[in-house]
Design a protein around this ligand. Structure first.
Ligand code: NAD
Length: 427
């Protein structure tokens, strides 16, 4: 199952639980607009390469579309459609005045030097200028794009617009209209929910073991926040593999130092100025996913837990910090086994919530303190979580189904306010 098929299957699974029109289902099941472009980049060696770029608006009935830009070799229009689909439901679930969008470039950014990456980032905005904007579609960072890329992109947007428009993109550097707290917002949103759930279980952080797959923005920050609270981080990994500990906890900042020095996620030992990885503690991504832990946090890419490995997953709870890390079929198997899954459209919504705060700050030119950002993020995440638990109880479903029921209702109310078949048929 592709991620798009999985997302559609998850929506379909709640179809007989809520009363909305067939037309609304059709609208929610179909992307509003998908655009594909070729972006020329003059390489440092003099040659010209063309990169495929995509942008998808899934639905904008609740407001301008919102979603990240991903630079990755596996980006396709279908992947962008799936991620835009998730954004539509995520923004609705969190009560944001946004629709869903997503985009990306099919490129391995590690093969580009800084000048080429800069040129590609500006080229993306030139190509999609008429498709984006502060009241149309507001991009943000995603896999292998960061605040510097957002800074280049907003600068390019403003050059073409010939006016300042900081609200055209979010996730920007602070000095270019970014928000305090946007850097770790995705992880922090999930952190608030994990702390609440652990409290409800009557457990203390040092009694909870956690494995995190992916050690980028989302994965590193969640590991760091949980570690600082006393949770036991027993395994971490990135695309090249990972490390584990069978004693106390890994120290995320020390692992980040190792990643920066050695290029891999590993524990490091140093003799004078020479450092090397502790080889006995190395594990593969497959092994990490199958570890016997209280909480597994996939924070890398999609479809990591699927029908090939679901029977070997031992975690009691899975928090989907990545988008779409569990296939729809695997989700059913986990749910049947009683594994609690905190769905992506809730778990990783902290990023878009603080992007919304950034956009509000840009529009009012009034900038918030870090305390205000954290407090408002915490409140939104916990309100959404408790709301979902209410829906879950009333409908006797898992958290993912509850999330789709809640978000679909809000979207349907907006779509159907324009009139339904029954309304137009009535004399
Ligand atoms: P990132 O580029 O900062 O980090 C991605 C990490 O995943 C890197 O450590 C990379 O090595 C690792 N990775 C890539 N392929 C892997 C593989 N096959 N196995 C294991 N690790 C692998 O990206 P990010 O911003 O942290 O995004 C991670 C996930 O979180 C994505 O699914 C993204 O859509 C989702 N997400 C991010 C944000 C955000 O604000 N950054 C918001 C919502 C959702």
């Amino acid at each position: 199952m592709s991620m798009l098929e999985s997302a559609r299957a998850q929506l379909d699974s709640i179809r007989d639980r809520i009363d909305i029109s067939d037309e609304t289902w059709k609208i929610l099941d179909t992307p509003k607009a998908s655009l594909e472009v070729s972006i020329p980049v003059r390489r440092t060696n003099g040659s010209l390469d063309l990169y495929k770029g995509y942008r998808v608006h899934h639905n904008d009935s609740l407001g301008p579309a919102k979603g990240g830009i991903r630079f990755h070799p596996s980006v396709t229009i279908v992947e962008a459609q799936a991620l835009a689909f998730l954004m539509t439901f995520k923004c609705s679930l969190l009560g944001l005045p946004y629709g869903g969008a997503k985009g990306g470039v099919q490129v391995d950014p590690k093969e580009l030097d800084k000048h080429e990456l800069h040129s590609l980032s500006r080229g993306y905005i030139s190509a999609f200028y008429n498709f984006i904007g502060p009241d149309i579609d507001i991009p943000a960072p995603d896999v292998y794009t960061n605040e510097m890329v957002m800074g280049w992109m907003v600068d390019q947007y403003e050059k073409i617009a010939r006016s300042k428009a900081p609200g055209a993109l979010t996730g920007k550097p602070l000095s270019r209209g970014g928000s305090l707290g946007r850097d770790d917002a995705t992880a922090r949103g999930a952190y608030y929910i994990i702390c609440e759930m652990v409290k409800e279980m009557g457990k203390k952080p040092p009694e909870v073991t956690i494995a995190v797959q992916g050690f980028g923005n989302a994965g590193y920050n969640i590991a760091k926040l949980l570690f600082m609270d006393g949770f036991k981080i027993v395994a971490l990994s990135d695309s090249k593999g990972g490390t584990f500990t069978s004693s106390d906890s890994l120290i995320p900042d020390a692992i980040m130092d190792a990643k920066q020095q050695l290029g891999i996620v590993a524990e490091m030992y140093c003799e004078q100025s020479i450092c090397d990885a502790v080889e006995e503690n190395i594990i593969s991504n497959e092994e990490l996913l199958e570890m016997d832990v209280d909480i597994l946090i996939p924070a890398a890419i999609e479809n990591q837990i699927n029908m090939d490995n679901v029977d070997r997953i031992k975690a009691r709870m899975i928090v989907e910090l990545a988008n779409g890390p569990i296939s729809a079929e695997a989700h059913i198997a986990l749910s049947d086994r009683g594994v609690t899954v905190v769905p992506d459209i809730l778990a990783n919504a902290g990023g878009v919530v603080v992007s919304y705060f950034e956009w509000l700050q840009n529009r009012s030119s009034y900038y918030w303190s870090i305390e205000r950002v954290h407090e408002e993020l915490r409140e939104r995440m916990l309100v959404a979580y408790h709301d979902l638990k209410g829906v879950q109880k009333r409908h006797d479903v898992d958290l993912r189904a509850a999330a789709y029921i809640r978000s679909t209702r809000r979207l349907a109310a907006s779509i159907e306010a324009g009139g339904t078949k029954e309304f137009f048929e009535r004399k």
